[in-house]
Design a binder for this molecule. Sequence first.
Ligand code: BES
Ligand code: MN
Ligand code: ZN
Length: 497
Amino acid sequence: MTRSIPNLTLVKTIGKATDILVLGLTEAGGSPALVGASPELDRGRRDAASGVLATALGMGATSELECVVVLPAADLRVVVVGLGDADVTPERVRRAVGAALRKVSALPNVSGLTVGVSMELADPELVRAAGEGALLGCYVPQKHSRTTAEPTVAAIEVVGGGRADLKSALEAARAVGEAVCLARDWVNLPGNLLQPPVFAEQARTAVRSERITVEVLDEKALEKGGYGGILAVGGGSDAPPRLVRLEYAPRGASTHLALVGKGITFDTGGLDIKPAGQMAGMKYDMSGAAAVISAVRAIAQLGLKVRVTAYAAMAENMPSGSAYRSGDVLTMFDGQTVENYNTDAEGRLVMADAIARAGQDKPALIVDVATLTGACMVALGMRTGGLMASDDATADQVLDAAESAGEAFWQLPVTEDIRQQLKSDIADMRSGGKNRYGGALAAAAFLQRFVPDGVAWAHLDIAGPANNEDQAYGYTPKGGTGVAVRTLVELARQLSV
Ligand code: BES
Ligand code: MN
Ligand code: ZN
């Protein structure tokens, strides 16, 4: 499961072992100019009598962000990528480097390459972004086959001198890049290869070498603990549900952050079964769980001084003779009762139990992450996640972290009229609203009922951005994106200082 990612190092200049050199292209000064090219570059090149810049321009290179041109093979092959003409920001660097490495990773008949990235980066945030973009751009989904392909890129060298702050920036990039790739790998696994018991064991393995304690509640422990939501949803599958709890508690931690992730390993809709077209992508329904597990691993690797507890609520939503029904009344972990409105609204039930359990640890802040509603995709499209929170200060805190990390979230309200719709005649509440309007808000309003008083809470609905059904772009591949990992790690970093 855990596969290796390219080695990432900071170098003063590229050496003899470098096979490919990635340079930037900008027109910020009025005319096209290479960023990161050294004067020696044009000397001794068989292919580029006219020089690298002229060759690149002749091949259609522009400064447009993510425009990638691969120059003809030479002793040192050059790749030129547009950096845009506005100010370079970390996210622009991440995207440009990601696009370049994605192109390099797709080159045929080569493997084990050492790729240099030279863009005159001297700021730790930009160096870190270059490292992240490179690792994320190299990601190629695992192919399930008898033969295993050698990775195209074995090592990445970022040119930036030997400064200690730049070195630790690249170490952060490695931890975060590796975590995002781990999340992507999990998300991309098909439903038959990642049922809850397997996912839980893989989570255990993934954090084994870190200072993280692991607790896995199996179906017996869930029964004993009264996790009525997780058990109801998991009851229709032959593969039993799991609740995984990870705890990272470093000495000197300043605060306590709780993370909760939706881990529906496949969502058929249950008895309220989905039509085939809508069921197709539902192996992605565990993206929230993948994100929180991967994020804790990176947070521990970085040694951030913040206590983090993470809960991954894992179940498979299947129709069967033992499946739960619409209209069922469930008693949840915290004792509240729920009239189930639709068996396809399963995510909020497993999340409610996990949020209530997370609340028992008395964290300062709970952040939950879930591919929760199609309605959120209708509202915000495929590339922006929804954010709902207990209060605006908490929302801003998470939005700030997301912006620093280069992930797109947009705040939605949890309105009083939507809360009113959760009233039930036969239980403490219903699990959904009256109709499909404001579906993302209704789901959030429901989740909030399980957050203990006095605990700040933010909810990330990643139904859109968790899975890229389009072509790859920037550092984002087709399929699982690993969204939210970077925001969660950045939030932990901001809380730790
Ligand atoms: N996992 C889905 C949400 C989803 C839909 C994620 C499409 C990614 C792409 C969730 O469990 C679900 O089925 N939600 C329903 C809720 C409805 C029954 C209230 C939805 O959004 O239609
Ligand atoms: Mn569903
Ligand atoms: Zn679902």
